[in-house]
Design a protein around this ligand. Structure first.
Ligand SMILES: Nc1nc2c(c(=O)[nH]1)N[C@H]1C(S)=C(S)[C@@H](COP(=O)(O)OP(=O)(O)OC[C@H]3O[C@@H](n4cnc5c(=O)[nH]c(N)nc54)[C@H](O)[C@@H]3O)O[C@H]1N2
Ligand SMILES: Nc1nc2c(c(=O)[nH]1)N[C@H]1C(S)=C(S)[C@@H](COP(=O)(O)OP(=O)(O)OC[C@H]3O[C@@H](n4cnc5c(=O)[nH]c(N)nc54)[C@H](O)[C@@H]3O)O[C@H]1N2
Ligand SMILES: [Mo]
Length: 684
């Protein structure tokens, strides 16, 4: 890095929680970044950034950025702080934690983090080591990805799937509960190319999203009824003998039981569950089974329902029946995250062997309940939040805020901004942005590993997550050398797995080239010849493992939740200008998203005597959020849609849509049924 006035050009990679992991180029002069733009050479992200990261430097240099340690002066939640020093803050934090550990045990401290920075070491490395060694409560991080991964793994043994770049070879692409154009922008050109080559694009989504508008076929089914749709498809596939019997026989178990199970799910029966005409289900099933290669692309939408895991488990049976996995571009493509991580030496980065054994695990979904619990022993006495903003993103927000208000809770937040969560903190500590820290970013939407090089020095007194944990370890008086490992050394450790896909991918090469595609042949078909890593070694249409856990061993509909009386089902989805709750406090992005609104269709609005543009109350037994009514045919009867991510309602109250969502766990996988929220909507 140069501090003279010559221009430096540094390659980096976005660390946001998004499948795309774009690579970018930063131009800096005199220690200041002047331009940040997409790297045109990256084969997947191709020089295009999204509506958020196009303005990343506004985020880096935002006047509200926290640049110095802050100590609370006002009441919790007021957001009143004074500047303090790192030394003072760390001494106080270490002192308090040491007392808590002595009095209640380290489990009384809950480190709370998610994927706010999804770089390899900034997401999880020295923090895992330090908190593991101390024996702090562990966190089950299952708000995103886990339910889908576990559901699909129940059938396939793992969540691996088709390399997203291979989708150009598909001829029937089903975007199943994913709004690609908004959330996974860089996959769209691949899909467009497949379409140019003759592919049909189908979207399955209760909402007519932007992606649905661009599709060839939109099946607007009722929420959470996807398992039923998949069972009806299997019914048709078996009834009409569209099964790849050779594939099924060689590479799966449980076909007979499955065939019996799907008998009761005729399209006519399933029509009433899904709200789709029987004829449309028939046609869809036949086209799916007879067009090759056919590909299913589910992302996150399904997992935010109570029956989430069951739905993914059921969906995963479809490409087994049709043998779609044999084809190039056929099968199922979800997150590439697990696959990328399986190539890395993660144990070397996390060092789980030093973890204190027998420590409890709390689920991130239950934060509000756990903070307010009178039974939890020991109670949570301190929270250390980084890479996450639970006061906005986690269900039952009012409960979380009630917990964060506890006078006897000592809260430390490490972030770039005084987030809604940080407003309740005792200390807010400044975090670096992505252009100020070093990392490797494994993508969950493609097969490139990217190196993010810092382009400028940390602003103010901000520190990266890894440096934050080194400082904490020192303040706590620890002297284990592995708590102080350097970023570069951690990254070299990660690359030292010896995995064949990392062959030829060294730290030096990443430094030089910026990104490298995992080292496997282009035409990689994970299950073309079986090889499912289940206990039977085959795809499990019938799963003994599920049965042993007391779960349905066969693909199923699962329990579909519906509201009562006059309630509408509320889906709270991702938006173009926010990245979960990030960017929501930046004027430009807030203006683009506008006031919080709720969409419902004309019949539901007229039944409630509501007009377009009117301020309404959206409420349930957890709370009330004010929103502008939008009458829209994007949603069908009984359904409402609100944008997730903003941190204020339409009346200026600091309430997010997660005021209304319950902690309700998913069937399995540890997630949250965010979208099984039922609300009344009435004029204010
Ligand atoms: N611009 C932007 N991009 C993002 C994010 C962001 O906040 N903003 N967030 C990032 C993150 S963390 C993630 S996990 C990904 C998520 O990426 P996606 O999975 O694409 O995004 P979601 O909007 O969560 O949900 C996808 C769709 O599922 C639909 N859906 C809801 N319930 C059902 C159902 O029961 N059945 C079916 N078939 N569909 C259903 C919703 O209407 C929605 O259109 O996006 C990432 N990218
Ligand atoms: N109602 C509803 N709720 C949802 C969802 C939904 O669709 N609807 N989606 C869910 C999903 S899929 C997800 S993934 C979660 C996301 O939930 P969160 O992970 O809480 O997402 P963010 O709000 O983006 O919070 C990330 C925070 O990390 C901070 N951060 C970024 N980089 C760094 C860094 O390097 N160091 C530190 N210390 N901090 C950093 C950011 O400034 C930001 O405040 O939300 C879930 N909640
Ligand atoms: Mo997510």
């Amino acid at each position: 890095m140069s501090l003279d006035d010559s221009l430096t050009v540094i390659r980096g990679a976005c660390g946001h929680d998004c499948p795309d992991t774009c690579t970018w180029i930063v131009e800096a002069r005199s220690g200041k970044a002047e331009r940040l733009y997409g790297d045109p050479e990256h084969p997947f992200t191709r020089g295009t950034l999204c509506a958020k990261v196009n303005h990343y430097l506004d985020r880096v240099y935002h006047p509200d950025r926290v640049l110095y340690p802050l100590k609370r002066t006002g009441k919790k939640g007021e957001g009143q702080f004074v500047r303090t020093t790192w030394d003072e803050a760390l001494t106080d934090i270490a002192g308090r934690w040491n007392s808590i550990i002595a009095e209640s045990g380290a489990e009384a401290i809950l480190p709370y983090s998610f994927a706010g920075n999804q770089g390899l070491i900034q997401m999880a490395s020295l923090g895992q080591r330090l908190f593991g060694l101390l024996g702090c409560s562990k966190l089950e991080r299952a708000l995103c990805g886990e339910v889908a991964g576990k559901g699909i793994s129940a059938t396939n043994g793992c969540g691996y799937g088709v390399d997203p770049e291979e989708l150009v070879h598909s001829r029937f692409i089903v975007l199943w509960g994913t709004n690609t154009i908004v959330t996974n922008l860089h996959l769209w050109p691949v899909i467009a190319e497949a379409r140019r080559r003759g592919a049909r694009i189908v979207v399955i989504d209760p909402v007519r999203t932007r992606t649905a508008e661009q599709a060839d076929w939109h099946l607007a089914l009722k929420p959470a009824s996807d398992g039923a749709l998949a069972l009806a498809m299997m019914h048709v596939i078996i009834r009409d003998n569209l099964v790849d019997h050779d594939y099924v026989q060689q590479y799966s178990i449980g076909y007979e039981q499955l065939a019996e199970r799907v008998q009761e799910y005729s399209p006519a029966t399933v029509a009433s569950i899904t709200g789709l005409p029987a004829e449309e289900i028939e046609r869809f099933a036949r086209e799916y089974a007879t067009t090759r290669p056919s590909l299913l692309r589910p992302l996150i939408g399904l997992e935010h329902h109570h029956n989430g895991a069951t739905m993914y488990r059921t969906l995963a049976c479809l490409p087994i029946l049709t043998g779609a996995w044999r084809d190039r571009g056929g099968g199922l493509a979800r997150s590439t995250g697990a696959l990328q991580y399986s190539t890395l030496n993660t144990d070397g980065v996390w060092l789980p062997q030093h973890d204190k054994p027998g420590v409890r695990t709390l689920n991130m979904r239950d934060l509000g309940r756990d903070l307010c619990s009178r039974e939890l022993a020991p109670p949570i006495r301190s929270l250390c939040v980084y890479n996450s903003n639970p006061a906005v993103t986690t269900p039952n927000q009012q409960k979380i805020r009630e917990g964060l208000l506890r006078e006897d809770l000592f809260t430390v937040v490490h972030d770039l901004f005084v987030t809604e969560t940080a407003r309740y903190a005792d200390y807010v500590l400044p975090a670096t942005s992505q252009i100020e820290s070093l990392d490797i970013v494994p993508a969950w939407g493609h097969h490139y590993l990217s190196l993010n090089r810092p382009a400028i020095e940390p602003l103010g007194e901000s520190v990266s997550n890894t440096e934050f944990f080194r400082r904490l370890a020192k303040a706590l008086g620890r002297d284990e050398s592995w708590l102080f490992e350097s970023d570069e050394s951690l990254l070299r450790t990660a690359l030292s797995s010896g995995h064949p896909w990392l062959k030829g991918i060294s730290y030096e090469r990443l430094w030089e080239e910026g990104y490298v595609r995992l080292n496997h042949e282009r035409d990689w078909r994970p299950f073309a010849k079986g090889g499912f890593p289940t206990s039977s070694g085959k795809a499990e249409l019938y799963s003994e493992a599920l049965f042993e856990r007391g779960l349905d061993p066969l693909p199923a509909v699962g329990e579909i939740r519906r509201g009562t009386g006059n309630q509408l089902q509320l889906i709270t989805g991702k938006t173009l200008h926010f990245l979960n709750s990030s960017y929501a406090h930046i004027d430009r992005h807030q203006r683009r998203e506008g006031k919080l609104f709720v969409e419902m269709n004309a019949d539901d609005a007229s039944g409630r005597r509501l007009n377009d543009g009117q301020l309404v109350e959206v409420s349930n037994d957890q709370g009330t959020v004010k929103a502008v009514c939008r009458i829209s045919d994007r949603v069908g009867p009984g359904l409402a849609w609100m944008p997730f991510g903003g941190n204020g309602d339409a009346d200026g109250n600091p309430l997010s849509v997660n005021t209304l969502t319950p902690e309700e766990p998913t069937d399995w996988g540890g997630g949250s049924g965010f979208y099984d929220t039922f609300v009344e909507i009435a004029a204010c």
